[in-house]
Design a protein around this ligand. Structure first.
Ligand code: DGJ
Length: 568
């Protein structure tokens, strides 16, 4: 998806300033986000990088013996990056005394297996709750206050309305980043940091502690009002609707500016989470400026309002509030377990927010879609360390479950994406790449690329239609005039010219192959049954089609390159 007129975001700008403070060569080599042509890419050791990632279960890294067995398996699964949770209580068991041994164990395991790491900072919050805060924080409620909900009860969630909470978190996170700079500053095993995990208030639409009530009765901060006014033409429409519905005021209390609904509570909480986490992220960047992102527990079907889902987390409604409040956070990422994967990607990929999906189910097509349709920087399923997690047999039986981790569906797709990565990254910058996800509800799609319309459908079976595919995916790259690279599974593709000239596109040459060290290697010349879609040539000609196209079978994705010619 092309998103035009990219304006540097505040978050990217803030990182640029920090990077500018380092000597030129060190700054270029430090992992960072960079706007390159039409895409924002993650740069690692001076080169653009696609995160073919997986997230370990929450506490896996607290068990180095277990991880010792897991690291080599993840490498065999063709991951290049592992997302690893780090609990605050693991590194600061007593106030001001840090123990980074679990961090060092994770770095050693990753390095030994040639993997990069993204650490997930389970500091003040993990899935809304403050369960990973050290016991000395949890037990001292007077000093480290909690959220209070309707009725006055406290819940096990640290309040954002406390400088003591914020500063304690920032000190620990700052110490972690200082340590990472010391032990990894020249190696860049760690390429990005996740700030907290799925934050927001659960059980009520906002914090109702005395400090929160006082802030809620006060005015919306001028910094937020100014941001909204300056970005009016690009704000989330649902946010604009609330603002306009309340009379589009340029100042006033939260309810005067956004109205008296629970959505206002969510906006209010979003601002306060953003400010708090910006402070923590900035403290870390002052030590070692790695890129930082947040992850969102997105609204689930059946949720009635904020508080059912974490209120104030970076949901689409409040992404602008987060951008205004947290310039030190580079991007806000969605955790997508819901079936409408494409919809959620589109809601998070915005002009100032490149797409990274840190948690998902691990469908190979979803990874393709993130990189091809959204110029994404990374894709990651959850619970990658659980052996067999991605080995469920297809519904209704089918092929036997693979026993080797590298033979599972996502690893096989990652193997192909790994080989394609340099080509994908290059074409993300020029807007000459796209991707589709197909299923029975959405069985066809049309991609406008390189002077053609690519008609993509689910793979059919000429003799036995019931054996056609029920889901499929493909990634398309315009390699040059009349030339495409397609990679995917369970799809077929025909081409319709989209520039003046002869109306039908024929296949001049089709090759199946792979990339080795960035160079195309032909494995097979495709023709005959490989490309024949239909013998009804009169009907095909009437539709300006040749009757032939690219076909991709079930299972692991393959790569084909096609050279087209045109005739009338
Ligand atoms: C989302 C959280 O971010 C993860 O840490 C984990 O708890 C999963 N949910 C469990 O499904």
């Amino acid at each position: 998806m092309r998103i035009h007129a990219i304006r540097p975001s505040l978050a990217l700008g803030a990182l640029a300033l920090l990077v500018a403070a380092l000597p030129a060569s060190a700054a270029n080599l430090l992992p960072h986000l960079e706007e390159r042509g039409q895409a924002t890419q993650l740069m690692v050791d001076g080169r653009p990088y696609l995160m073919l990632a997986g997230e370990a279960t929450n506490t896996a890294a607290s068990d180095p013996t277990f991880m010792e067995r897991v690291w080599p398996r993840l490498a065999r699964m063709h991951l290049n990056t592992v997302l690893v949770g780090l609990g605050w209580d693991w590194i600061e068991p007593t106030p001001g005394h840090f123990d980074f041994s679990l961090v060092d164990d994770a770095l050693a395991g990753a390095r030994k297996n040639h993997l990069h790491v993204v650490f997930l900072w389970f500091g003040s919050w993990k899935n809304g709750l403050s369960s990973f805060a050290p016991a000395w924080v949890k037990a001292d409620e007077a000093r480290y206050p909690r959220v209070r909900i309707k009725g006055g009860k406290a819940i096990e969630v640290l309040s954002t309305f406390s400088d003591a909470n914020r500063d304690a978190d920032a000190r620990a996170y700052g110490a972690l980043m200082r340590h990472l700079k010391e032990v990894d500053g020249s190696q860049h095993t760690v390429i990005m940091m996740q700030m907290e995990n799925e934050v927001g208030v659960l059980g009520d639409s906002r914090d109702r502690s005395p400090a929160a009530d006082a802030a809620f009765a006060g005015d919306v901060p001028a910094a937020l009002m100014n941001y909204l006014e300056q970005h009016q033409d690009r704000l989330e429409p649902a946010l604009v609707k609330l603002w306009q519905g309340a009379g589009e005021k340029s100042s006033g209390t939260w309810q005067q500016v956004f109205g008296s609904t629970p959505a206002t509570d969510e906006i209010f909480m979003a601002w306060h989470y953003a400010r708090y986490m910006n402070h923590v992220a900035a403290a870390g960047k002052a030590e070692y400026p790695l890129p930082v992102y947040t992850n969102t527990w997105i609204v689930q079907p059946g949720d009635n309002g904020p508080g059912d889902f974490p209120s104030g987390g970076p949901e689409p409604l409040v992404l602008d509030v987060w951008k205004a409040g947290a310039p030190s956070i580079n991007l806000n990422a969605p955790d997508i377990y819901l079936p409408d994967f494409a919809t959620w990607c589109a809601r998070f990929h915005r002009y100032n927010n490149p797409l990274f999906v840190p948690e998902s189910r691990g469908n190979p097509g979803d990874a393709y879609f993130v990189f091809g349709h959204h110029d994404g920087i990374g894709y990651s399923p959850f619970a990658i360390d659980v052996a067999g997690r991605f080995a469920r047999p297809r519904p209704g039986g089918g092929a036997p479950v693979p026993t080797k981790p590298e033979d599972l569906p996502l690893p096989r797709a990652y193997a192909v994406l790994g080989r394609l990565a340099p080509v994908i990254l290059q074409h993300q910058t020029t807007g000459t790449i796209d991707a589709v996800l197909l299923d029975k509800q959405h069985p066809t799609d049309h991609v406008k690329l390189g002077g053609y319309i690519l008609n993509v459908g689910l793979r059919t079976n000429r003799r036995m239609p019931s054996l056609g595919a029920s889901s499929g995916y493909g990634l398309f790259i315009a390699m040059g005039p009349d030339q495409f690279l397609v990679s995917g599974s369970d799809i077929q593709v025909t081409f319709t010219p989209n520039t003046p000239g002869p109306a039908i596109a024929g296949l001049a040459r089709v090759e199946k192959g792979t990339y080795i060290d960035g160079r195309w290697k032909t494995e097979r010349r495709m023709n005959g049954d490989d490309v024949l879609l239909d013998y009804k040539l009169a009907q095909a000609a009437a539709e300006n089609q040749s009757g032939s196209g690219l076909r991709f079978g079930p299972g692991a994705p393959t790569i084909q390159r096609v050279w087209l010619y045109r005739y009338d």
